[in-house]
Design a protein around this ligand. Structure first.
Ligand SMILES: [Zn+2]
Length: 141
């Protein structure tokens, strides 16, 4: 089991509150159904994937809400749904910066590891994380 943390600053997060906006804990019991989230929904008679919101789908929605910048510092990204959202943001013109160590072994944070996400809107805390990210970005560039 691998544990880690991510710093994701998504500017323009639609979060009017100040402080902790949300906490997401993994693992999820089930992976979300990819078809269910698409227009038309899932047509499988017997679908083993979740048709209810999961922590992953909530996380994906937060990610997708970025309109200007997305900075990610993680051990590795092994989840295709997360990678798809990041690529889509990049295509939309969002400035995406990722610091990762993809040489490491494959992890399964969403369903196998104990991970958590804290969604913040406190400007001072975000500035602190942003400053640390910028230092790492320069260090590993
Ligand atoms: Zn389904």
């Amino acid at each position: 089991m691998h544990t880690g943390h991510a710093i994701i600053t998504a500017a323009n997060l639609n979060a009017p509150q100040t402080g902790v906006v949300d906490t997401l804990f993994f693992p999820d019991a089930k992976l979300p159904c990819r078809n269910f989230r698409k227009p038309g929904g899932c047509r499988r008679a017997q679908c083993d994937y979740s048709h209810e919101p999961t922590n992953l789908t909530r996380f994906l929605d937060y990610l997708a809400s970025a309109t200007r910048t997305l900075d990610i510092c993680v051990f590795t990204i092994t989840n295709d749904d997360i990678a798809d959202v990041v690529l889509e943001l990049h295509r939309r013109g969002v400035s995406v910066r990722i610091i990762t160590d993809n040489d490491q072994a494959v992890t399964q944070a969403v369903t196998a590891n104990n991970e958590n996400v804290v969604v913040l809107s406190d400007p001072a805390v975000i500035r602190s994380f942003q400053g640390q990210f910028n230092k790492l970005w320069e260090m590993f560039r």
